[in-house]
Design a protein around this ligand. Structure first.
Ligand code: FES
Length: 71
């Protein structure tokens, strides 16, 4: 699905950039994909995709979290 019509970026493009580069800012995502923000309407959607991707990557790689939640 296209999430940025100005730069023709898909949700998969954003996920790939986040997972490959561990980007933590929207501007880093644009830069990683070789573009920059134009109108900015996609910023909230890109942020949500970043949060989902980073959250799932962190949960998959964090061995200590499950133990710390146990009584
Ligand atoms: S829709 Fe992404 S910069 Fe315009």
């Amino acid at each position: 699905m296209i999430v940025c019509s100005c730069n023709v970026l898909s949700d998969q493009d954003v996920r790939s950039a986040v997972e490959a580069e561990r980007t933590h800012s929207i501007s880093q995502v644009y830069g990683c994909l070789g573009c920059s923000a134009q109108c900015g309407r996609c910023a909230r959607t890109i942020r949500r995709i970043m949060d989902e991707s980073l959250g799932s990557t962190h949960a998959a790689s964090c061995n200590g979290c499950a133990r710390s939640l146990q009584p």
